[in-house]
Design a protein around this ligand. Structure first.
Ligand SMILES: Nc1ncnc2c1ncn2[C@@H]1O[C@H](COP(=O)(O)OP(=O)(O)OP(=O)(O)O)[C@@H](O)[C@H]1O
Ligand SMILES: [Mg+2]
Length: 551
C-alpha cells in the first residue's frame, strides 16, 4: 500500500465532534486526502508512541517525507493549539530546490495548508494549527525558544545539530493542546556525531550496521549532567537513580503536597524519563523513490566508499581515516600506457613547503609535485557496439623533497624543463601578499626560457580531506593508474594509504595534496573532447563532495 487516501466525507458529519472539523467540512465542501506513510519503516515511524524517535537510515530512505507527513496527522492539524516546529541547521536548507519547503508543498497544499514566507516560513491550517520551519544556525539561536511550548519538534538531519541544542529543545517540548508532546528526528549516519553514541544500543559495534531486530524497540533514558543513562524499562531508572527522592528534592517543601501527593495534578517519577527508539531505513525501504527515480541508486553506488557505506548501507562506524580515504589496492600499476588511450591533458601540481612560502631557513617541510596524465579510454563495448568510455588518470611521477626557498624555485624550473612544455604547471597558492609574491617568482622562473609555458597558481578551497575526496573516489572506481617506477611508487602509495585528512602527517599530506590538485586541474581545465556515455565516467563524485581549487 502506498499513498492510500484517508477520506473525510460529509456523510460522516454527524460523527464529527470538534467545531474545527465541522468548519473544515462545511467550508471546503471537498474531500481532503491525507498523505500516508509507506508500508514498512515509514509506517513503523508513524506508529510507535515514544517521546523521541530517530529515523536514521541512509540516503533517500524517505525520512524527511515521513517527518513532514507525520507532523500533519488529521487530529493534529484540526487542533487550533497545535504548534509544531521543524528545525534544520541553516535556513537555505529549507528553501533550496528539493528541500523541505518544496517537499512540504506536495503534502501540505492538498490538506488546505497556507504557506507563509514572512516573517518566517510557516504552514497555517484552517483550524489555526501551525507547522513552522526554523533554523538553528548558531548554538545560541536555541535560546529564542525559551518559554515556548512546542507540541511536536522535528529535527531534519539531527547530526548537524549539537547535543546541547537537541536536549535544550527537548525541554521545550510541552503542550496545552491535549496532543502528547513528541520529538521526531531524521539523520544519516555519521560516526563522529554525538548521535552515533546516543543510538549505540541499536547499532552493531563490530560492523557499524543497525541491528535489524532492535529497530523500533523502545528504551528509556534520563540525562544527568552530560551523561545519558539507559534502561529497558522505566522502573529500572526510577530505582537506580532514586527518582522518587529526586522529585522531592526538586519541588519546594510547601508545594510538595500539591504536586506530589495530589491525585489530579501529580508529578510522577516516570515524568523525568523519556522513551526513545531508533528506526533504521535505507533506499530499499523507499519503493516510491526507486519507482520514479531508479538512477538515484546508481548515484549512491558511485560515491566514495565511506559515503557509500554511510548513505547506501547505513554504516554508523565507517569514517575517513588512514586506509579508508585511499586504499593502495585501488591503484593499478602500469608498465606502459595502452596505445589506444586518448590523451586529454597533463598537469604537474605542486604542494609547496611552508618554508618556501614563509621564507624560513629550515628543511623540515616538504615540497611535493605530482605529474598526472588524463586519458579517455574505452571501458567496454555493449552488445550493440556502443562504446562505454571513461576517463583514466595516470600518475607518471611524484617528487617529494625538503628544500629551502630558492632551491624550491629551481626544482620547479628544472622539473618543468624535464616534463616538457606540454605539461601544465600548477601549484597551491597561499593567500595574501606572500602568495602573490611566490606566484610571480615561480611564473617568472619557469617562463624565463619558455614564455608560452602554461603556468598558473590555484587557490585551494576546503580542507585537505575535501580536496582529496574526488580523486579518492575516482581511485576507488579503478580510474587512477600508476606508472611503474621503483624510485617513488612505494613512497607515493604509502602516503595515500596513510592519509587521514588531518594536518599532522608530513610528507603524507603534501603528496596527497599534490595529487588532489593535479586531479582537480585536469577535471576542470582539461575537459573531454567527445561526449562520454558511461554513467560511471565522471571522475568526481556528486557535487557536495567535490573538491575546491580556484584557478
Ligand atoms: N510515502 C511516500 N509517498 C511518495 N513519495 C515518497 C514517500 N516517501 C518518500 N517519498 C519520496 O522519496 C524521495 C526521498 O524521500 P526523502 O527525501 O524523504 O528521503 P530522505 O531519507 O530524507 O533522504 P536524504 O537522506 O537524502 O535526506 C522524495 O522524493 C520523496 O518525495
Ligand atoms: Mg532527508
Amino acid at each position: 500500500m502506498t499513498m492510500k487516501a484517508s477520506k473525510l466525507s460529509l456523510k460522516n458529519l454527524s460523527k464529527i465532534k470538534t467545531a474545527t472539523e465541522k468548519y473544515r467540512l462545511v467550508n471546503t465542501k471537498e474531500e481532503i486526502v491525507f498523505p500516508q506513510l509507506q508500508e514498512g519503516k515509514q509506517a513503523l515511524f508513524g506508529k510507535i508512541d515514544a517521546d523521541v524517535i530517530i529515523f536514521g537510515g541512509a540516503a533517500g530512505a524517505g525520512k524527511t517525507r515521513a517527518l513532514l507527513t507525520d507532523f500533519v496527522r488529521q487530529e493534529y492539524i484540526d487542533n487550533p493549539d497545535y504548534r509544531a516546529v521543524m528545525f534544520r541547521r541553516t535556513y537555505p536548507e529549507f528553501t533550496q530546490a528539493g528541500g523541505l519547503v518544496d517537499e512540504s508543498r506536495k503534502i501540505y497544499y492538498p490538506i488546505k495548508g497556507t504557506f507563509i514566507e514572512k516573517p518566517s516560513l510557516e504552514w497555517r491550517f484552517p483550524s489555526g494549527a501551525r507547522v513552522s520551519f526554523r533554523h538553528l544556525q548558531h548554538e545560541k539561536t536555541v535560546h529564542i525558544y525559551q518559554g515556548s511550548q512546542i507540541t511536536r519538534i522535528g529535527f531534519d538531519e539531527l547530526t548537524h545539530f549539537t547535543q546541547e541544542q537537541f536536549f535544550y529543545l527537548l525541554s521545550r517540548n510541552r503542550s496545552v493542546s491535549g496532543i502528547k508532546p513528541a520529538v521526531r528526528a531524521t539523520c544519516n549516519p555519521d560516526a563522529d556525531s554525538w548521535v552515533a553514541s546516543f543510538i549505540s544500543w541499536w547499532i552493531n559495534p563490530k560492523d557499524g550496521y543497525a541491528i535489524e531486530e532492535r529497530s523500533g524497540i523502545v528504551r528509556y533514558f534520563i540525562r544527568q549532567g552530560d551523561t545519558v543513562y539507559w534502561a529497558d524499562n522505566k522502573q529500572e531508572l526510577i530505582d537506580k537513580f532514586s527518582l522518587k527522592d529526586k522529585l522531592f528534592e526538586m519541588i519546594p517543601n510547601d508545594i510538595q503536597k500539591k504536586f506530589l501527593l495530589n491525585e489530579e495534578i501529580s508529578i510522577k517519577p516516570e515524568d523525568l524519563i523519556k522513551s526513545f527508539t531508533f528506526i533504521p531505513a535505507t533506499i530499499f525501504d523507499n519503493r516510491e523513490l526507486i519507482k520514479v527515480n531508479p538512477t538515484y541508486l546508481a548515484n549512491l553506488y558511485s560515491l566514495h566508499q565511506v559515503e557509500r557505506e554511510r548513505l547506501l548501507r547505513g554504516n554508523w562506524k565507517i569514517k575517513y581515516e588512514a586506509g579508508t580515504v585511499f586504499d593502495r589496492t585501488w591503484f593499478e600499476i602500469l608498465d606502459k600506457v595502452p596505445d589506444d588511450w586518448k590523451l586529454i591533458g597533463k598537469v604537474r601540481f605542486w604542494d609547496l613547503a611552508a618554508t618556501a612560502k614563509e621564507n624560513a631557513e629550515n628543511y623540515h617541510c616538504y615540497t611535493s609535485g605530482t605529474l598526472v596524465y588524463k586519458y579517455q579510454r574505452i571501458k567496454n563495448t555493449l552488445p550493440d557496439l556502443t562504446e562505454i568510455k571513461e576517463f583514466a588518470y595516470v600518475i607518471a611521477d611524484n617528487i617529494c623533497e625538503q628544500k629551502k626557498v630558492g632551491e624550491v624555485e629551481l626544482m620547479l624550473k628544472n622539473t618543468a624543463e624535464l616534463d616538457g612544455k606540454t605539461v601544465a604547471v600548477r601549484w597551491e597558492q597561499e593567500g595574501g601578499s606572500s602568495g602573490k609574491f611566490v606566484e610571480n617568482t615561480i611564473t617568472n622562473v619557469i617562463k624565463e626560457n619558455h614564455p608560452n609555458h602554461d603556468v598558473k597558481a590555484i587557490v585551494p578551497q576546503g580542507d585537505k580531506l575535501t580536496r582529496a575526496l574526488p580523486v579518492a573516489t575516482a581511485a576507488s572506481r579503478g580510474q587512477i593508474f600508476i606508472l611503474r617506477d621503483g624510485t617513488w611508487n612505494t613512497r607515493f602509495l604509502n602516503a595515500c594509504q596513510g592519509f587521514d585528512g588531518s594536518k599532522k602527517t608530513p610528507p603524507t599530506n603534501d603528496i596527497v595534496d599534490s595529487l588532489s590538485g593535479a586531479f582537480y586541474s585536469l577535471e576542470n581545465e582539461f575537459q573531454e573532447h567527445e561526449r562520454i556515455i558511461s554513467t560511471i565516467v565522471t571522475s568526481a563524485p556528486v557535487n557536495r563532495f567535490r573538491s575546491g581549487f580556484r584557478g
